[in-house]
Design a protein around this ligand. Structure first.
Ligand SMILES: [Zn+2]
Ligand SMILES: [Zn+2]
Length: 164
C-alpha cells in the first residue's frame, strides 16, 4: 500500500499556520483559516455553480481578485431564480398569448423536485428571463445498488420575458 506523505508548508498569507492546502487557481499554500472553500458545507445548491468552482479551494488573493465576483453573480442569479414566475404545461390557457422564442431549458436527475425546479428557473434567470412556461417536471424510479429504488426528477421549461 502506498502511503502519501503530504509535506506541510507555512501558509503564504498569514505566515502562522502550517498547511497542505493549495489554491486551485494559483497553487500557493494557504491555511484553512485563510482559504475559501467552495463546498457543500458552505453552499446551498452548489450544483448550479460554474463547474470550475465546485469543490474547489481558493487562496484569499484569488478569491478577492475574481472568484468573489463569480460567487456574487451566482447569488444574484439565485435570488432572481427564486422570483421567476412558473407556469406548468397544464396552464396552457393562461399562457397561450405568451410568445415562446427561447429554446427550453432542461435539467436531469435531481433527487429533489424543488431543487430541479429551482435549477430550471436558475437557467432562465441566468439568461435574463423572469418567467418560465410549459413546465414539465417528471419523476422516475431508478435502481440503486441492491433492490433499493429512488425517485429522480427531470424536466423542461420555456423561458420567456413578461416584464420588460
Ligand atoms: Zn493562513
Ligand atoms: Zn490563489
Amino acid at each position: 500500500m502506498d502511503i502519501m506523505i503530504i509535506e506541510k508548508t507555512i501558509c503564504f498569507f498569514c505566515s502562522k499556520n502550517k498547511t497542505a492546502i493549495c489554491c486551485d487557481a494559483c497553487k500557493l499554500a494557504s491555511c484553512k483559516h485563510c482559504s475559501y472553500f467552495i463546498d457543500k458545507d458552505n453552499f446551498e445548491f452548489m450544483s448550479m455553480l460554474p463547474k470550475k468552482l465546485i469543490n474547489k479551494t481558493f487562496c484569499p488573493d484569488c478569491y478577492s481578485k475574481g472568484i468573489n465576483k463569480e460567487i456574487d453573480e451566482f447569488h444574484d442569479i439565485l435570488r432572481r431564480a427564486k422570483a421567476v414566475n412558473v407556469y406548468s404545461k397544464k396552464q396552457g390557457t393562461e399562457t397561450r398569448f405568451f410568445r415562446r422564442i427561447e429554446k427550453p431549458v432542461k435539467v436531469e436527475n435531481y433527487d429533489d423536485r424543488n431543487e430541479a425546479l429551482l435549477h430550471l428557473t436558475f437557467l432562465a434567470a441566468q439568461k435574463g428571463f423572469d418567467t418560465v412556461v410549459d413546465l414539465d417536471l417528471k419523476s422516475k424510479k431508478v435502481n440503486l445498488d441492491g433492490n433499493y429504488k429512488k425517485l429522480v426528477w427531470s424536466g423542461t421549461a420555456v423561458p420567456i420575458k413578461v416584464n420588460a
